[in-house]
Design a protein around this ligand. Structure first.
Ligand SMILES: CC(C)(COP(=O)(O)OP(=O)(O)OC[C@H]1O[C@@H](n2cnc3c(N)ncnc32)[C@H](O)[C@@H]1OP(=O)(O)O)[C@@H](O)C(=O)NCCC(=O)NCCS
Length: 177
């Protein structure tokens, strides 16, 4: 079977259908154990408010949606690239909600998504670096290191994923030189 390839687009037109596709992707990723703001089980509707928050910033020109779609146009990977509102921090962007559909993880798609995000950041005037945070305990550090990011900080047990399960919040930084 030939696998359909993923094509990356930046700031696609956001229709109700597209938003539903983003929510489905986000829920599928979470329910497969992904660390994108929720713990399983989660339903797409439970994610809508947070997703709408990101999309409002995209509509306002403060963030960009980097979206990977398959040949049928179905969302299969995404991340949000946010500009900073802090006047002294406008030379770098924050990367949020990095995710690849579980059916495509481990095939290099994550690395392609990160490359598309980097290209998007570089296309913005004056951007010199990308910052992101990730949940500890899942091996994600190795993924971001393999994409050229360096761990620059770690807040111990800042994330509570269950009553007795606390995870580090790990800070990564990638200069765009
Ligand atoms: C994290 C994620 C985006 C990586 O995408 P992917 O398609 O699985 O990763 P790739 O196939 O591009 O892998 C690139 C490299 O990272 C490594 N890697 C990927 N995920 C990893 C993980 N969870 N733990 C350890 N290493 C990992 C791969 O082994 C590969 O390294 P290699 O080239 O040395 O073999 C994807 O697994 C995902 O969506 N996970 C769920 C959501 C999530 O937790 N996102 C993180 C938000 S902070």
């Amino acid at each position: 079977m030939t696998r359909m390839s993923i094509q990356y687009i930046v700031d696609p037109e956001v229709t109700p259908g597209l938003t539903d596709g983003l929510l489905r992707l986000w829920a599928d990723v979470t329910n497969a154990g992904g660390a994108v703001g929720y713990v399983p089980p989660v339903a797409p509707e439970e994610i809508r408010e947070v997703c709408d928050g990101h999309l409002a910033q995209v509509a306002a020109g403060e963030a960009r949606l980097v979206l990977g779609v398959d040949d049928a146009g179905t969302p299969a990977a995404l991340a949000f690239v946010h500009r900073n509102s802090h006047r002294l921090m406008r030379h770098w962007v924050g990367l949020y909600r990095v995710m690849v559909h579980p059916s495509r993880q481990g095939t290099g798609e994550g690395r392609r998504l990160m490359a598309a995000c980097e290209e998007t950041a570089r296309a913005s005037d004056g951007i010199r670096a990308i910052r992101l945070t990730c949940r500890g305990g899942l091996g994600l550090e190795r993924f971001y290191e393999s994409c050229g990011y360096k761990e620059v900080g770690r807040t111990p047990e800042a994330i509570r994923v269950a009553e007795d399960d606390f995870r580090d919040d790990v800070l990564f930084w990638r200069p765009l030189t």
